[in-house]
Design a protein around this ligand. Structure first.
Ligand SMILES: Nc1nc2c(ncn2[C@@H]2O[C@H](COP(=O)(O)OP(=O)(O)OP(=O)(O)O)[C@@H](O)[C@H]2O)c(=O)[nH]1
Ligand SMILES: [Zn+2]
Length: 329
């Protein structure tokens, strides 16, 4: 068994249980067994492989079932088997609670555990107020307040960085993800796995820039796609992040209630009484629109795919009928 630690243009770097790094490619069987792009190996995947000494590359035979999975649309897995996602948000910029809704939705969908990291608290006088605000809005999610200028604050992260754990950093540009990653790596650029010179046995020097082994034994996956992961058809994640709202909507008098002017609308009542925060409701509506839009696009693409498949089948059939008529088959 091995783990995919890097992926580029159909080539993979895998780390074996002996801490050896190998270049790998898909076995023919695996590449022809499915057309579903999500079934192919991605960074973080555990895989079965074969490797004959003397061969240049290992062959990936099988992708093991993923415990968690961050994906983009229906075509790309960004990171598999992540245990903890640190959602970094900066204390100095005006903090955007709605943006956290977005990242949390992605996390719930993936099944990884989200941890909110409020960064740069040295630039903010009331970080405790901010922490309280976040905790109140996102009940049950751990919130850590950190600053690179107060190194002891970083110790709070250690309990998520135990051996065997795989972690990722999420968050908007400039919130301090790279700085945090560097601090966790102790300032040096960590390499993943054993480093070997090319010794003619297909073992290559590997300096993965996607996966880092941290001092405590955890793996930090810093795949580029993770940083710019957009909300897509993450319906399940959205329903988890707003489960109270989803549940409430079920007690509206009309099952197709638009929550606008209908009588007996439970959402309107909760907004009026303050049980549901107005900002949170608007955040839900915005993300719901995005998810529905994306889902529609995907359904459309699927329909198109099926249509093309049938077009091709009927065209093949027509060709065969013509050939038959000409006595060619
Ligand atoms: N004062 C202060 N500045 C910080 C802290 N952490 C990061 N910064 C600064 O914030 C800026 C952005 O940090 P980065 O680590 O590059 O942010 P990033 O999230 O990786 O940004 P992208 O690479 O664009 O995604 C840099 O100038 C850092 O020096 C902190 O704890 N305190
Ligand atoms: Zn309603």
């Amino acid at each position: 068994m091995a783990r995919v630690i890097n992926q580029e243009k159909g080539l993979y770097k895998i780390q074996t249980s002996d801490d050896e790094t190998l270049l790998a490619q898909l076995s023919g069987k695996l590449s022809y067994s499915t057309t579903n792009p999500l079934a192919f190996p991605a960074v973080g995947d555990w895989i079965q492989y074969s490797f004959n000494s003397g061969d240049e590359r290992a062959m990936i035979q099988q992708v093991l079932e993923r415990r968690t999975c961050f994906y983009r649309g229906s075509e790309q897995v960004i990171a598999a088997n992540v245990d903890v996602a640190f959602i970094v948000t900066s204390a100095n910029a005006e903090m955007n609670l709605n943006r956290l809704d977005r990242y949390l939705t992605l996390c719930w969908e993936s099944k990884a555990q989200p941890v909110i990291v409020l960064s740069k608290i040295d630039l903010c006088e009331n970080s405790q107020t901010l922490v309280a605000e976040i905790e109140q809005r996102h009940v049950g999610v751990d919130v850590l307040a950190v600053s690179l200028q107060q190194p002891q604050t970083l110790l709070q992260l250690n309990k998520y960085l135990l051996p065997g754990q795989t972690v990722v950093l999420m968050g908007s540009s400039g919130v301090g993800k790279s700085s945090l990653a560097n601090a966790l790596m102790g300032g040096e650029v960590a390499l993943t796995g054993a480093i070997r010179d090319d010794d003619q046995k297909g073992r290559h020097t590997t300096t993965s820039r996607q996966t880092y082994r941290l001092a405590g034994g955890a793996l930090l996956m810093d795949t580029p796609g993770m940083r710019s992961l957009a909300l897509g058809s993450h319906e399940e994640g959205l329903e988890h992040q707003f489960s109270d709202i989803v549940e409430l909507a079920q007690s509206c008098r009309f099952s197709d209630c638009q929550h606008e002017t209908e009588p007996g609308c439970a959402i309107r009542a909760a907004l009026d009484s303050g049980d549901v925060d107005q900002g949170r409701w608007l955040s839900f509506l915005k993300l719901q629109r995005e998810v529905l839009h994306e889902k529609m696009k995907e359904d459309h693409a699927l329909l198109e795919q099926q249509r093309n498949k049938w077009k091709k089948i009927s065209k093949d059939l027509r060709v065969r009928i013509k050939q038959k008529a000409r006595g060619q088959v």
